[in-house]
Design a protein around this ligand. Sequence first.
Ligand code: HEC
Length: 224
Amino acid sequence: MRKGWIVCLGFLLLAGCRGQTSMDPPREIFQDMSDQPKYKAQGQSRFFADGRAMRPLVPGTIPFGGANYAADAGVLTANPDFLREDAAFYRGVVAREPGAQPPEEFIRRIPVPLTKELLERGRERYGIFCAVCHGDAGYGDGITTKYGMVGVANLHLPKYREMPDGEIYHVIANGRNTMLPYAAQIKPSDRWAIVAWVRVLQRSQHATLDDVPPEHRGELEKQP
Ligand code: HEC
């Protein structure tokens, strides 16, 4: 009999709490240090002379994950892909003279050595990522244009032949107008490989007889 009353009372208590809202903070029985003084992001600090709670990095800091453990079994080196300090390689820009506006400009020449491997990598990556829109030869007539993709740039126009290498790199990484960015799909070294391949394509369409090795010129001259 008494058990029944207790169960009933329990139900009544629970029912009584339903539907009530409160603006008070919830009652905490065990606080467990959940309330303690702390700085919030962008907050002020009276402790540091510059008044900022967020502290700038100590120069030379290597961020967590920024060390290249695999580089040389056991020898820690800074991972360049993480720090991205080399503006030419990672952003395709160089600093202009002090005080100039804007302070940076696109680098004119690819900042990596032009090797056969780089060009081959570029040809392969271009074929995977760019040819669908820009076409195998770069005329802006890739397969997607047959299915409604409009406005794809013809990379043989003079403005693209004169475009600094760093700017093409920038377009690959960040996109431009209706072209979406490919930074997530194409790593920095491959972006430069593609830039090199775009230059190969451009050169191939504007070659002169002087580009042909002397021993083969005769064959071309014979053609009607
Ligand atoms: C999905 C289609 C598509 C793919 C893939 C694509 N592009 Fe483009 N690209 C465009 C379009 C569209 C434009 C024209 C953008 C505009 O000006 O509206 C363009 C413009 C450009 C331009 C000229 C930008 C300017 O300043 O006018 C360059 C250079 C370029 N693309 C390079 C590349 C390279 C290199 C790749 C491969 C990594 C690539 N694109 C992949 C669609 C594509």
